[in-house]
Write a protein that binds this ligand. Structure first.
Ligand code: G3H
Ligand code: 13P
Ligand code: ZN
Length: 330
């Protein structure tokens, strides 16, 4: 058993309390490899932002849990070396069983998500409560989820029954004891969130997707005043990187993400954690494609992973400063 405290990590409790009070959101960036982790830490130290390092089940399979734990330890030491000890959380993203959550808690994670959102309500309550009872013995914090995010193929506009039902949230939180709650108000996972046909054009010709359901968020906040709320599926799908990928041999579909001003608005509410993965994938892939296309003779991975890391760092800094408002809060 490794406690996250030995790794220099923190849980989400204080971080979320401050974020809710201060009207900003903590960035939760997914990582699977060293360059992504370096970019996240460099960006968050430079902007003095707290950060949540997210590990999905896929990342666990890809990178190995022992390596990931030690990378998180390295991240705390790296931040220190860069000159600023930002609070860092190591979080399991979309844990799907008690066993997976327990394994992560036993391996130094300071926060876990148990995603029972696809289960019948009572089963979601039961498994979430079981994870909370185990996690809290070690001061690890737990995120639960109510409502189902639209998948890539779903018609977001018509998926009304997937939205979180505000009338359920008090019951769920009090029965399970979760520390934060992920909700569904119109975001969705992946790079293909909205097709151009689902959007309207503004005066500048920019495609604007259907707005998030801020009315549902407001109702949830009324039911649970000050309780930490989490938004998944919050990539904005930067068009510059979609273009870069397609101009250098890629073939991505036209797609629109969550507009930054809507995320900015959400960050000012009880939304205190915003999950971003796809935008990092787009920035990294676009940059690697561009470099390899422009320099076909290049075969040193550092020559394309280095620029990709720099593009990621710039993007994360922009999000911390201009979108989430977490810059300067560490
Ligand atoms: O919410 C899901 C994350 O984007 C992680 O995706 O399971 O492919 O690592 P992944
Ligand atoms: P995106 O696919 O919008 O980046 O969402 C990531 C996420 O929710 C991770 O849990
Ligand atoms: Zn998610």
């Amino acid at each position: 058993m490794t406690s996250y405290k030995e790794l220099g990590l923190v849980n989400t409790r204080d971080m979320f309390a401050k974020a809710v009070k201060g009207g900003y959101a903590i960035p939760a960036y997914n990582f699977n490899n060293m360059e992504q982790l370096q970019a996240i830490i460099m960006a968050c130290v430079e902007t003095k932002s707290p950060v949540i390092l997210q590990v999905s089940r896929g990342a666990r399979d890809y990178a190995n849990i022992n390596l990931l734990r030690n990378m998180a330890r390295g991240a705390t030491e790296y931040a220190h070396e860069l000159g600023y000890d930002i609070p860092i959380v190591l979080h399991l993203d979309h844990g799907n069983s008690f066993e997976v959550c327990k394994e992560c808690i036993d391996n130094g994670f300071s926060s876990v998500m148990i995603d029972g959102s696809a289960l019948p309500y009572d089963e979601n309550v039961a498994v979430t409560k079981k994870v909370v009872e185990y996690a809290h013995q070690f001061d690890v914090t737990v995120e639960g989820e109510l409502g189902v995010l639209a998948g890539i193929e779903d018609e977001v506009q018509s998926a009304v029954s997937h939205y979180t039902k505000p009338e359920d949230v008090i019951d769920f939180v009090s029965k399970t004891g979760v520390d934060s709650l992920a909700i569904s108000i119109g975001t969705s996972h992946g790079a293909n969130k909205f097709t151009p046909e689902q959007c309207k054009r503004n005066a500048d010709g920019i495609l604007i997707p259907p707005p998030l359901r801020f009315d549902i968020l407001a109702e949830i906040e009324k039911q649970l005043p000050g309780f930490p709320i989490v938004l998944h599926g919050s990539s904005s799908v930067p068009q510059e990187f979609v273009k870069m990928i397609n101009e250098h041999g890629g073939k991505l579909k036209d797609s629109v993400g969550i507009p930054e001003d809507q995320l900015r608005q959400a960050s000012k509410s009880a939304v205190c954690k915003i999950n971003i993965d796809s935008d990092g994938r787009l920035a990294m892939t676009g940059t690697i494609r561009r470099v390899l296309d422009e320099k076909p003779g290049e075969f040193d991975p550092r020559k394309y992973l280095g620029p990709a890391r720099e593009a990621l760092k710039q993007m994360y800094m922009h999000k911390n400063i201009d979108v989430l408002g977490s810059a300067g809060k560490a």
